[in-house]
Design a protein around this ligand. Sequence first.
Ligand SMILES: Cc1cc2nc3c(=O)[nH]c(=O)nc-3n(C[C@H](O)[C@H](O)[C@H](O)COP(=O)(O)O)c2cc1C
Length: 384
Amino acid sequence: MGKRVLRTKLCEMLGIEYPILSAGMGPTLIGETTGAPVELVVAVSEAGGMGVLGGAGFTIDGLREAIREIKSKTDKPYGVDLLLPQKLDVGGGLGQKGPNELPLNAILKSMPKPYQDWVQKVKEEMNLPDVEIMVKMNSTTMRPKEAIQVCIEEKVPLFCAGLGNPGFMVEEAHAHGMKVLAITGNTKNARRMAQSGIDLLVAQGHEGGGHTGRIGTLALLPQAIDAAAPVPVLAAGGIGDGRGLAAALAMGCVGVWVGTRFLATTEGGALEVNKKRILQSTDEDTRVSRAYTGKTLRASYNKFHDLWDGSGLEPLPFPTQVLISSALLASFIEGKKEEYVGGLAGQVSGLIKEIKPARQVVEEMVEEAVDILTRRLPESVKAK
Ligand SMILES: Cc1cc2nc3c(=O)[nH]c(=O)nc-3n(C[C@H](O)[C@H](O)[C@H](O)COP(=O)(O)O)c2cc1C
């Protein structure tokens, strides 16, 4: 394509060419891949957007290594996303002391009995293999204070909090030349987060993949923009092409935060089975469930959702529920029960028909949005 110009205030703030951020997408399974790995971050930043590392999948040391790898592969700005628990000291509680790794089966023995029994019953009934996976107790989610420190020491250009309000760290981040972004799914939090001093806010609608709220993107954006003003807002949830980008800009957003579309790229970190499921999905093939993390989370529909619904159990709080779901997901994968595996993904899955390089996704989005905003929209307005 001929070089297009599509600049907003976001581009000035972050030093990027296009107002497109690839979302920070964390681990697809404990100890396994991250949805937004170094390769995706570098590809998006090199293409003129901003890549954001899904830092929730890393150990503390691994996070530092990944950040340094990004710096070695691109001079362009990038971001790091972490999931902050409500109370930083709690950090999942589990990770502050003791060994760096623990076998999941051993941890499960400390869970309430009905949950242990349910996992065991499912494994027996489905004849699932016993998979020993090691839980990282030194992960960024278990030790959020240390993870934040790493980001500050490495002067990460954009710190993103996927969960929690990062207002408490804004002053220190600014002192290190960093910007801070938070994500919300409702106006109450938009107002609260904006007042805490953050630089940018992502408003994510119900359509989005991963943790998600109850308000649809179209209804949420103008309300979040009003609530957060003067803090600039990026749109998220259901954006998969230039039409979504153009719409977000027309609503008054300064840019977009895009998850599922970038997950389904050559560089995206999803397991192959999950990428395949996104390609096969229609708009109706995702579902919100608390089965995975204890919080409402959208994933490609699969039989694990029904299995959990039939358990009669209340989800445990985040991140403890992750241990329950991971115990089974690891066995489903090992036992080749693909119909029980579906990764985090948004309703926009139905729009995604091809795995493409991330650069191509960025370029096509820009091309289409510019065409809509400069040619198609003005023409249709003139025609009236
Ligand atoms: C596989 C996957 C993993 C995700 N993990 C995280 C995460 O670790 N932190 C976070 O802030 N958001 C996470 N999200 C949500 C995304 O950041 C983003 O808000 C969402 O994908 C936007 O909606 P979309 O999927 O319709 O583009 C994840 C989303 C997906 C699809």
